[in-house]
Write a protein that binds this ligand. Structure first.
Ligand SMILES: Cc1cc2nc3c(=O)[nH]c(=O)nc-3n(C[C@H](O)[C@H](O)[C@H](O)COP(=O)(O)OP(=O)(O)OC[C@H]3O[C@@H](n4cnc5c(N)ncnc54)[C@H](O)[C@@H]3O)c2cc1C
Length: 466
């Protein structure tokens, strides 16, 4: 997008929510010469992205890493001037572990390692050879992730690969998630190539894109929203909760509340980048079908606790030589997984110490997150002692709770997308995105923010959009 050439003041655009989606949208709008105003109910920008830094420790309570899986993410980081601050996970963090029979087993990272791994039985490995010949599902059928994986790869792959992965990404349950909505790329592989294996091979040969490395920054991922918020300056209004969105003869009226004082302003367009529950709770006036968005309340968001524990190196027997470990549900343990945070990125623990981030709860065990901090820490310590030989009390702890962590793209999710699409179609100038609409990863949210800004520019100032 290029700046407009007119001398009129630029159209003002309301952006609701200063998470990564809203901030990215606002940044693109500003670059296009429009005038965004970002409303954020909390006292800080960044939404789910945030870290606690104390005494040489750094706990990223929300997302821990960003996948550079598309050229767009790489370019965005460079354009923000954050390129030189990018910290890629080192080769020592390459190894990933899965729990099988109560012990850590390295995930095979090459075809040779796959043949010899103890993670899967010979039967499961041989069954995989038949994958390219299995029937593809009809294009309009909706399957759960579990059904899809069992059909294509077999039960053991569901239990010991996909189930722990889904626990790690969504804190979710593959039986409940829709493969089409939760893993659209996987679904497309089958539809386009008839096989996951053949499709993955074909795409590897032709994509030519970035290699999909993960990264963060020296002060954690929060550097990203803080840089965006700095670039936006006074356009970001913190401690300002939006209550209603209404269409008027002059544009869009946004009513909100800040420090107990209610106010209203009019804008040329509105970008909603709120969590589903917050969006469903807004009042929409003169927006045809606006009441349909109340349906988004039904999107499930299980609770998750992110528990950071710091130990002296000598307290932990395991070399922590990898990214971390994921735990399959069939193992009946009390954690979803643990990241080896101080192996993953430097600067997460003081010298001579190690830091671990353990995730608890999710769809699998939501009630565990109800424990108070000492009880939760006892559970986590027990798990860390079992898996890594972590002895004694940690020297540093921090607990971050997410009562509504991640939207679950469950079977039937299309009805939520349809509601959003119908409202948007009936109300030009109202654009809705974010992690309940466009995918849950940070990369998805960055792309969502850019698309929202482009759509606004096209509607409000068509001469400035690409
Ligand atoms: C524990 C956890 C771990 C994760 N790990 C990863 C990871 O490693 N990698 C990855 O790619 N993704 C990860 N994710 C997912 C990713 O962090 C989120 O999907 C993403 O940050 C969502 O961004 P968003 O801007 O869409 O929403 P949010 O970050 O939720 O931002 C929405 C903003 O809207 C504000 N708001 C709400 N209501 C109102 C209102 N009425 N008025 C004004 N403002 C309002 C909120 O305060 C918030 O700041 C993780 C998520 C969680 C919870």
């Amino acid at each position: 997008m290029e700046p407009p050439r007119s001398t009129l003041p630029p159209p003002r655009i309301a952006v609701l929510g200063a998470g990564i989606t809203g901030l990215t949208a606002a940044w693109h709008l500003q670059r296009a010469g429009l005038a965004p105003v970002v409303f954020e109910q909390s006292a800080r920008a960044g939404g789910a992205i945030g870290a606690v830094r104390r005494d040489g420790w750094l706990h990223e309570g929300g997302p821990n890493s960003l996948l550079e899986g598309s050229a767009e993410v790489a370019t965005f980081i460079d354009e923000l001037g954050l390129g030189p601050r990018r910290l890629y996970a080192g080769p020592e963090a390459k190894q990933r572990y899965i729990v099988r029979d109560g012990r850590l087993v390295a995930m095979p990272a090459s075809p040779g390692a796959f043949v010899t791994t103890k993670l899967f039985s010979w039967r499961a490995k041989l069954a995989l050879l038949g994958e390219p010949w299995r029937r593809r599902s009809p294009a309009d059928a909706e399957e759960s992730v579990a059904e899809f994986v069992v059909r294509r790869l077999g039960r053991e792959f569901l239990d010991y690969a996909i189930n722990p992965f889904v626990g790690g990404v969504y804190a979710g349950d593959p039986v409940r998630l829709s493969v089409r909505h939760a893993f659209p790329k996987l679904h497309a592989l089958e539809q386009e190539h008839g096989s996951l294996i053949l499709g993955a091979l074909a795409r590897r040969n032709t994509s030519g894109g970035p290699k999909g490395r993960i990264f963060s920054f020296p002060d954690g991922l929060e550097e990203l929203p803080l840089t965006l918020a700095r670039a936006l300056g006074e356009a970001v209004r913190l401690n300002h909760r939006v209550l209603s969105v209404g269409r008027t003869a002059d544009g869009w009226r946004i009513e909100g509340e800040s420090a107990g004082v209610r106010s209203a302003e009019t804008f040329a367009a509105v970008v909603c980048a709120l969590p589903a529950g917050a969006l469903a709770g807004l009042t929409f006036a003169n927006v045809p079908g606006g009441e349909r968005l109340a349906l988004l309340r039904e999107i499930e968001h299980p609770p998750v606790a992110s528990v950071f524990t710091g130990y002296t190196r000598a307290q932990v027997a395991h070399p922590l030589d990898g990214f971390g470990v994921l735990v399959p549900q069939v193992e009946h343990r009390r954690m979803l997984g643990t990241l080896f945070s101080s192996t993953l990125f430097p600067g997460r623990a003081p010298a001579g110490h190690v830091g671990l981030t353990t995730f608890v709860g999710g769809m699998r065990d939501p009630q565990l997150t109800q424990l108070d901090d000492p009880a939760l820490l006892r559970v986590v310590q027990g798990e860390l002692e079992h898996f890594f030989g972590a002895k004694g009390a940690p020297v540093f702890t921090h607990v971050q709770r997410w009562p509504r962590a991640i939207p679950q793209y469950t079977l039937g999710y299309q009805r939520f997308k349809d509601a959003v699409d119908a409202v948007q179609a009936a109300a030009p100038g109202l654009l809705i995105g974010g992690n309940a609409r466009d995918g849950i990863s940070l990369a998805n949210c960055i792309e969502s923010g850019r698309r929202l800004a482009e759509a606004v520019a096209q509607q409000v100032a068509p001469t400035v959009s690409r």
